[in-house]
Design a protein around this ligand. Sequence first.
Ligand code: COA
Length: 331
Amino acid sequence: MAKTYGKITGWGAYAPPRIITNHELEATLDTSHDWIVQRTGIHARHVADANETTSTMAVKASWSALAKAGIPSTELDLILVATSSPDYFTPPVSSMVQSMLGAHDVPAMTIVTGCTGFVYALVTAYQFIETGAYRNILVVGVELLSRFVNWEERSVSVLFGDAAGAVVVQPSDEPCGLEGYVLGSDGTNGQAIIMPAGGSARPFSEDVLQEGSHYLQMNGREVFKFATRVIGPSCDEALRLAGKSMADVDWIIPHQANLRIIQAAAKDMDIPLDRWIVNIDQYANTSAASIPLALAESLESGRVKPTDTLLLVSFGAGMTWASAVLQMQPN
Ligand code: COA
């Protein structure tokens, strides 16, 4: 039987209109624009207003992706939503998105692997497409981390922003799609990115509220070391599995956590920075949304073409890592 490939026929992104610059943060935090830019490359971040939630942002990006693909939400066979900042622990945000899209009875699941969530979800979508189980799959990466950071504490709050990105994957007879991928997890150092309270290990309480231990905490140095250690090898392995080399890759779309991490990886891998898609300056770290946001934005600007060979690479909470060699559409 002929192999079924998967092509990405639609894409879309959404970032809330409210932009908070580093200079604005200087008014309330003991920080400076220069410190943030030098250590991270971040100039500004988009932050959701009180009327928005993770699901409403996901739905906005999803409508754009569905419109681009030219299919109604009722034709979807599966919805995958990657996030670590859902509206609620339960119900799953994926079911909320499914309902808000009017995609009646369509199966939906939430994938919670931190910043690698979108690549994990995309790889999952391709398994269903390639086996023929489902034909029309919506994959969303969305994050509203501004509600999970302590805005009175400088070390974490300055790093994150809110956004959503989505793609539609459909079958194709012509070669394209996911050519090679690597997914990885090492929970031994999971404490490096943690929300210590609010879950079963430490349920919410007065003490938790007083300590602020329900907020996101991070050991920045550990995460930095981890990221620079995994990016190169996971890219090499995904390329090996795809039977390709770095010379075949048109664009690398990395998770946007820190410009210095991207610069270190570019140096380590000997790939000039102008082949890396970088938009962290305007959005900060949008976790599971960062890759689909960068992808949609660079497709819309015409910088990236749907027939280009892309290398997606991400890392984050878990600790997890994920990379994928992707050609969205056939030549
Ligand atoms: N503004 C000003 N000063 C700050 C600050 C801020 N927003 N945040 C921390 N500092 C201070 C610290 O208090 C410390 O001061 P001290 O030397 O007086 O104790 C100093 O800056 C250095 O802090 P440190 O945490 O060692 O800085 P760093 O060079 O490691 O940079 C990060 C911090 C977070 C930018 C960096 O570690 C990083 O980007 N790590 C990766 C994070 C990441 O990618 N996370 C997402 C993973 S998906």
